[in-house]
Design a protein around this ligand. Structure first.
Ligand code: NAX
Length: 328
């Protein structure tokens, strides 16, 4: 008998997880042959709602789901976890500045980092979805000194997917024609979706799409502002698409990236491209199929791209200074 992959998920009664948990239990992250155990973590006030979600998961009779734990204690929820999806947090409320959100959510990730450090499995891999996800990942990493830094990542895959969809529509091609779409920097409205290095059916995007002013302006601002546009249209923030991106992120972390392609993941910088070492920054990465990734080095960064990368880097350095006291 194969033992199940233990997957801890926070914010398990929330909107994103309502789309995420069922797909994990159906085998969409680790495949149809790998049993899973779900370790669902919530705050005490949401435990009753979580029980309702768990009843629905039970009622799906997923053949791969071997165990389900519901808890408001992170040390129970992260116990023996091989993968942690950190989705739980306070959403931004009306009138809240980004720095207020960082201050409100930051302390959650101190406790999360400490709990992961104490009880997670030796091979733990972490993806932070809860915003501000890069900085929350930084706090978690800083409070888990026994876990290798490269295990801490934040999700910019939704931005990659959004960018691919925009380019495919503009070029009139299927979305699978778009490859090599990197996102640089922060998961925020300063991120830089890198169309200069992206490809459409193997050709540079800038050769296929003649309208370069659209690429430099409307494309970037549409991707950067997509989250807000969805809130405005739907009256609620992206949930199913965020869950889908979280699945893509972890599945592709454990899948060999096809030759000549890459994906966007926010990972601790190794100093590449002049980004300060240790900052959780989105780069184009390639994965080896065994749970390891590598930042793609040697890409051409022109003046236009450099300016965008510097802007998003400055925002992340500023966020880091707001949470300095949480970094141990
Ligand atoms: P919801 O408010 O629906 O759910 C959040 C859940 O987290 C709630 O059930 C709450 O009780 C729980 N929670 C709060 N503190 C917790 C803690 N300390 N431990 C465990 N659970 C806790 O939000 P939802 O729409 O699911 O969004 C979740 C997070 O994802 C938000 O921070 C949101 O900003 C972020 N997003 C990130 C995206 C990304 O691309 N990285 C995109 C989508 C989304 O905006």
């Amino acid at each position: 008998m194969t033992s199940p992959v233990r997957i801890a998920v926070t914010g398990a009664a929330g909107s994103i997880d309502y789309s995420l948990l069922f797909r994990i239990a159906a085998g969409e992250v680790f495949g149809k042959d790998t049993p899973v155990a779900l370790q669902l973590i919530e705050i005490p006030q949401a435990m009753s709602a979580l029980e309702g979600v768990a009843m629905e998961i039970d009622d799906c009779a997923f053949p791969l789901l071997e165990e389900m734990v519901l808890t408001d204690d992170p040390k129970v929820g992260f116990d023996g976890a091989n993968v942690a999806f950190l989705v739980g947090g306070m959403p931004r409320k009306a009138g809240m500045q980004r720095a207020d959100l960082i201050r409100a959510n930051g302390p959650i990730f101190v406790g999360t980092g400490e709990a992961l450090n104490e009880v997670a499995a030796d091979d733990i891999r972490v993806v932070v979805v809860a915003n501000p996800c890069n900085t929350n990942a930084l706090i978690t990493m800083a409070n888990a000194p026994d876990i290798p830094n490269e295990r801490f990542t934040a999700m910019t895959r939704l931005d990659e997917n959004r960018a691919k969809s925009q380019l495919a529509t503009k070029a009139g091609v299927p979305v699978k024609s778009i490859t090599n779409l990197g996102i640089w920097g922060n998961h925020s409205n300063t991120m830089y979706p890198d169309f200069f290095n992206a490809k459409i059916d193997g050709k540079p995007v800038t050769d296929v799409i003649d309208d370069h002013s659209w690429l430099k302006e409307e494309f970037i601002s549409t991707v950067q502002g997509r989250g807000s546009a969805i809130i405005e249209a739907r009256g609620a923030s992206s949930a199913a698409s965020a869950a889908n991106a979280a699945i893509d992120h972890v599945r592709d972390w454990f899948t060999e990236t096809p030759e000549n392609d890459w994906h966007a993941m926010a990972v601790p910088s190794n100093g590449a491209y002049g980004i300060e070492e240790g900052l959780i920054f989105s780069f184009p990465v390639r994965c080896d199929g065994k749970g390891n990734y590598e930042i793609v080095e040697g890409l051409e960064i022109n003046d236009f791209a450099r300016e965008k990368i510097e802007t998003t880097k400055s925002q992340l350095l500023e966020e880091r200074s707001v949470v300095e006291e949480l970094l141990g």
